[in-house]
Every structure is written in structure tokens, then in C-alpha cells.
Design a protein around this ligand. Structure first.
Ligand SMILES: [Mn+2]
Length: 325
């Protein structure tokens, strides 16, 4: 599916204007990748905008240059290139892509297994633990600008998407890249403090509520969190506050699959699925409802009430989990 970095390097070099987009509800990999490319292309003299539907999460505002990342413009604009980063499906670009009136080339750089290759140029490496790792390789391979602020952004991308260098796709190569980033100036303790030990109080209060209401199924092999609209409103929860809370129930010894159910305003429920067993494929589970992601981490948005969606998803996943004693 990938054509190598050379065609991507060529179109970037010849472009005047570039829109760098990423998925709705951006995580550390999305923001870090977006910022790294924005800084590199700006240095190259390109006119760059970096948009995502939700704008810059407060938690990543400490990154130098992050003010480049904003919500999309109200009036659609034209670009030579649209760069879609870390985004498994084109519609996950949300209002970002709607704010693009026209473009010459869509470049799709991602590591999600479910990515169909919707770009004119695609670089999809499902072995990469983070899109940030692919961006590092692209910058090196195509001799694009690379400096310490880019290193910080890529370190955040790789650190967050690997669960701090713990998940399955984290390889010796990933550690090599992390080493290069530290050499380029990443202050590991400061970055880790900003990313992992600077949460707003409301996030921890939310965790308390979620733990109170957690449910267990299939002999404690499934654990779930449910977040209602009412709780979100009461605690003033932003989407970014929720990121990674599911890890708390995934970390239980008996748990094979952790599921986070989040009530959305439009009679839909967002599910995040985390698996600890490759035989129970989260990507396949979520694709049942039109979603996708990775083998061990995936998501979907499902129409219905929280109770309806919980019942059908828990029943489906129970059947999956109970196939493997
Ligand atoms: Mn990612």
C-alpha cells in the first residue's frame, strides 16, 4: 500500500501551501505528528496551517509552536497539499477536511491497520507503534528540517502511543529513534512530567466516579467504564480528560478486554476497546460497528442509548472472549 517516502518528499518540496490535518479528538500522537510536520514545513518556507476539529488540547499547549494548531477556519480554503496524519478513515478528519475547498494532492500517513489508503499518496506502516515514528523516518529519509522543537513533538507522539514504550509494536528501532530525539534535545523528565503528571483535578475526580460504576463480565475478563452526559456536564469534562483512563481497568490481572462507553449528545455512544490478547482483535470487534483501529486498541461510534449499546457490545465481546479459555 505504501509507495515509499520519495513521492511524498517530492510533493512537499514543490508545494506552496499545506494543510496538516489529523483526526477528531486528537491524542498525543495526532498532535505531536501534526506539530512536527508543521514546524518542519514552516522552516522549509511553506505556508502551513494545522487544523483539527477540536483544536489544541490544553494538555499539549506546553509544546513550543503548538499555537500553530487550531480549529478549522469557518471559510473553506484551498491548498496544494493536504496532509492527513494518524487518521484511519477520511471522515475522521471531521470539520478539518470540510474546511478544505480544494487541493491537488492528499497525502495519507498513518499506522492504523484499518486505514484503506484514501490518499493520492499513502504511507501506511501498520508495524509502526506511532505515526510520530513514521514522521521521524520521513524527515530523515527526505532530509527535511529537524530540530529540538520537532524532537519534543515527536517524543510526545511516540511516548503516548506506545504507553511509555510498553506496547507490542515498540521495537529496538523505536528505542533508537527515542534515543535520537533525546540527543536532539528532548528533556525527558520535563516532557514526562508535562504529559503524565500534570492532569487537571477533574480528570481524577472523573476516574473516581468511573471506578465506582465500573462493571465486570465474562468471569472478570471484561471490564467496562461508562461515562454519561450528566457526569461530563457535572465535572466539566473535556474530551482530552478521558484519554488513557481505560488503562486503569485494562491493568487488572484477569481482564482481557476493557471497554469505555461514552454517551455522545446525538444519541450515539463512543466505544473504546482495549485488548490484551491478540486473538481477541479490537480492530475486528469495532469494525462490526463501522469503527476500527489497531489489533489491541480500537474504537467506534454506535447509534443507540448507552444501555442499548452496552448490552449489545458486552454480549458480543463476551462471546469473543469466552472462545479462549
Ligand atoms: Mn497513533
Amino acid at each position: 500500500m505504501s509507495q515509499g517516502f520519495a513521492p511524498i518528499g517530492e510533493v512537499l518540496q514543490s508545494a506552496g501551501t499545506v494543510a496538516i490535518l489529523t483526526h477528531v479528538r486528537p491524542d498525543g500522537d495526532a498532535i505531536g505528528s501534526q506539530l512536527a510536520m508543521a514546524l518542519a514545513l514552516q522552516k522549509l518556507g511553506k505556508t502551513v496551517i494545522a487544523w483539527n476539529e477540536d483544536g489544541l488540547p490544553e494538555s499539549f499547549a506546553f509544546l513550543t509552536g503548538s499555537e500553530l494548531i487550531t480549529k478549522p477556519a469557518d471559510t473553506p480554503m484551498e491548498f496544494d497539499i493536504v496532509l492527513a496524519l494518524d487518521t484511519a478513515a477520511k471522515d475522521r478528519l471531521g470539520t478539518g477536511i470540510k474546511a478544505v475547498q480544494a487541493y491537488k494532492t492528499l497525502v495519507n500517513i498513518d499506522h492504523h491497520a484499518s486505514n484503506p489508503g484514501y490518499g493520492d499518496l499513502n504511507y501506511i506502516d501498520v508495524q509502526a507503534p506511532a505515526t510520530g515514528q513514521i514522521i521521524y523516518e520521513l524527515l530523515q529519509d527526505q532530509k527535511l528540517p529537524f530540530f529540538s522543537e520537532i524532537a519534543d513533538a515527536l517524543f510526545v507522539a511516540i511516548s503516548t502511543d506506545t504507553g511509555s514504550f510498553r506496547y507490542q509494536n515498540t521495537t529496538a528501532h523505536t528505542f533508537e529513534i527515542a534515543g535520537k530525539l533525546v540527543e536532539a534535545g528532548v528533556d525527558l523528565a520535563t516532557i514526562s512530567n508535562r504529559v503524565y503528571e500534570s492532569y487537571p483535578k477533574r480528570r481524577i475526580l472523573l476516574l473516581g466516579q468511573l471506578l465506582n460504576d465500573a462493571t465486570f463480565h465474562a468471569n472478570d475478563r471484561i471490564a467496562t467504564f461508562s461515562l454519561t452526559d450528566a457526569t461530563k456536564a457535572r465535572l466539566g469534562i473535556d474530551p482530552a480528560d478521558i484519554d488513557g483512563l481505560i488503562d486503569v481497568i485494562r491493568s487488572i490481572d484477569t481482564v482481557v478486554v476493557a471497554i469505555f462507553f461514552e454517551e455522545l449528545p446525538d444519541q450515539r455512544v463512543r466505544i473504546s476497546v482495549r485488548s490484551k490478547d491478540l486473538r481477541v482483535d479490537a480492530n475486528r470487534i469495532c469494525s462490526t460497528w463501522g469503527g476500527g483501529g489497531h489489533q489491541l486498541a480500537a474504537g467506534a461510534r454506535i447509534r443507540g442509548t448507552l444501555e442499548e449499546v452496552r448490552a449489545k457490545v458486552i454480549s458480543y465481546v463476551s462471546d469473543e472472549v469466552l472462545k479462549y479459555p
